[in-house]
Design a protein around this ligand. Structure first.
Ligand code: BGC
Length: 414
C-alpha cells in the first residue's frame, strides 16, 4: 500500500517535506522527483517511531511518495440510502474519485451503527489507502479510527464530524450553524415576521410554533439547533413566538436517526396534548430536515389543518432540497428548505483525499469551529442557501441540481 505522511503533514507543507521526513526516521531524500526509502514505506507518518504498519510499505513508488492513483483504493462510508442526499453524496464522491483514477469501495450502512463499524473495519482490512466517512453516530467509531491511524490511513470526516477521536484528519462540511440560522429565518419569513431579505416587518404575532431537532448523536443536529434557537429566542422572549407544548430543549425536540415516522408521531402527539387534536391554531414548525418535514406535514394534514399553506397548513421549514420536498414547496405545501449543494461537498472531499494521497495537506478554511472533544479538526466549510418557491428555478433547476421535470413530478430521475 502507499505510504501516508498523515501525522507529519502539518509540518510537511511543501517546502519542509524533506526536513520532516528526516525528522521522523526516513532518509530524508523525499523530493518531488527522487524516490526514497521514506517515500516507499519505511515511514508511517511519524506517530509510531517510523515503524511500518500493516497494510503499509508494499508499494514502490516514484515521485515523492505518492503511488499512482490506479494503485489506490478509497473507502467511502455513507450512513443510509433512505435519504436521497446520501445516495447522491456517495455517487458523486465515487464518480469523481474514479475519474481521477482511484478505486472506490462505497458502502451504505442502513443507519445501523454496527453495520457501519463492520464496513469500515472491512475497508481497512482490505487495504484502503484513505477513508471518507459520514458517520451515523459521531461517537461510535473510535476503534475503527485507531485501526486506521495505525495503518497510516488518512480519515476525512464527511459532512458529520466524527467525535472523541484524535484520528480524524480533516472535515468537509457546510457552515452548519448558519444552516440552523437559515432554517429559523425561513420559518420567520413564512410567518411574516421577516421579509425575504431578512428585515423585520413589524408583525407581532403571537404565533404558535413547535420545534423539531435532528438526531442527538449527529454533531450537526446541535449546530443546526443552536443556529435556529439563537435566531428564534429573541422572538420567543418578546412574545412574538410561543411554544404551547413548552418543549424547547434539544432533548425534547430530538428525532433519533432523523426518522420521518418518529417526527410524524411526535407531531401527532403534540397536536393531541397541546392543540386539542388539531382544533387549536398552530402556525409554524421548525424542522431541520426534509424527511422530518414530510412526516410533520402528513400529521398536520391528517389532523385537518388543510392540504396547502393557503388553506391553513402551518409553515414548515426543512433541509437538503430533497426532490419530494422541492415539489411540496412548489405546490405550496412545505414552505422552504435549505439547499446544500452536495456536488460541491463531494468535490471538496475528493480534493482533500487527493491531497493526502499525494502526501500533502488539504487546505482548510476554518480551524476553530469544529472541536470534536479531543482536538479542533481542520475543516473546509461550504455555504448553503434558503429555497422558497420563488427561487426553485434559479437555484436548483438552473444549476442542474434538479430538472424541471423532477420538480414537477417530485421524483428523482437520477
Ligand atoms: C446532514 C443533513 C441531513 C441530516 C439527515 C445531517 O448530518 O448534515 O444534511 O439532513 O443529517 O440525514
Amino acid at each position: 500500500m502507499s505510504t501516508h505522511l498523515r501525522r507529519i503533514t502539518a509540518i510537511a507543507a511543501a517546502g519542509t517535506l524533506t526536513l520532516a521526513l528526516a525528522a521522523c526516521g526516513g532518509e530524508g531524500a523525499g523530493s518531488s522527483s527522487t524516490p526514497s526509502p521514506a517515500d516507499t514505506g519505511a515511514d508511517n507518518g511519524g506517530d509510531d517511531g517510523g515503524t511500518a504498519a500493516p497494510g503499509d510499505g508494499d508499494d514502490s513508488t516514484a515521485g515523492g511518495g505518492a503511488a499512482p492513483a490506479e494503485d489506490m483504493t478509497v473507502g467511502v462510508a455513507m450512513p443510509t440510502q433512505t435519504s436521497e442526499r446520501w445516495i447522491a453524496d456517495g455517487n458523486s464522491v465515487k464518480e469523481g474519485l474514479e475519474e481521477a483514477g482511484y478505486t472506490v469501495d462505497l458502502q451504505f450502512a442502513n443507519d445501523d451503527i454496527p453495520t457501519q463499524s463492520n464496513q469500515i473495519d472491512q475497508m481497512i482490512t482490505n487495504g484502503a489507502d484513505a477513508l471518507i466517512i459520514a458517520a451515523i453516530d459521531g461517537t461510535a467509531l473510535s476503534t475503527q479510527l485507531d485501526a486506521a491511524a495505525s495503518a497510516g490511513i488518512p480519515v476525512i470526516s464527511y459532512d458529520r464530524l466524527i467525535r472523541d477521536s484524535e484520528n480524524v484528519d480533516f472535515y468537509v462540511t457546510f457552515d452548519n450553524y448558519n444552516v440552523g440560522v437559515q432554517q429559523a429565518t425561513s420559518l420567520l419569513v413564512g410567518l411574516g415576521v421577516l421579509d425575504e431579505s431578512g428585515e423585520e416587518t413589524g408583525e407581532e404575532g403571537p404565533f404558535n410554533i413547535e420545534l423539531f431537532a435532528g438526531s442527538l448523536d449527529d454533531n450537526n443536529a446541535h449546530f443546526f439547533w443552536d443556529g435556529a434557537m439563537d435566531t428564534l429566542q429573541p422572538y420567543m422572549d418578546s412574545g412574538v413566538l410561543e411554544v404551547p407544548s413548552g418543549q424547547t430543549t434539544i432533548q425534547q425536540a430530538a428525532t433519533l436517526r432523523w426518522q420521518q415516522e418518529t417526527a410524524q408521531r411526535r407531531m401527532e402527539d403534540l397536536l393531541t396534548s397541546s392543540y386539542g387534536g388539531g382544533s387549536e391554531q398552530l402556525d409554524g414548525v421548525l424542522s431541520p430536515y426534509d424527511g422530518l418535514s414530510r412526516g410533520i406535514i402528513t400529521a398536520l394534514q391528517n389532523a385537518g389543518y388543510g392540504q396547502t399553506i393557503e388553506d391553513g397548513l402551518p409553515v414548515v421549514s426543512g433541509q437538503d432540497a430533497e426532490i419530494a420536498s422541492v415539489k411540496l414547496i412548489n405546490d405550496d405545501v412545505q414552505y422552504a428548505t435549505i439547499f446544500k449543494d452536495t456536488r460541491l461537498l463531494a468535490e471538496q472531499a475528493i480534493i482533500s483525499v487527493q491531497a493526502y494521497l499525494q502526501d500533502q495537506e488539504p487546505e482548510a478554511n476554518d480551524t476553530e469551529t469544529y472541536d470534536n472533544g479531543v482536538k479542533v479538526v481542520p475543516s473546509y466549510l461550504l455555504e448553503s442557501e434558503i429555497i422558497y418557491k420563488d427561487n426553485i428555478v434559479s437555484s436548483l433547476v438552473d444549476s442542474g441540481y434538479w430538472t424541471q421535470d423532477e420538480v414537477d413530478s417530485g421524483v428523482s430521475g437520477k
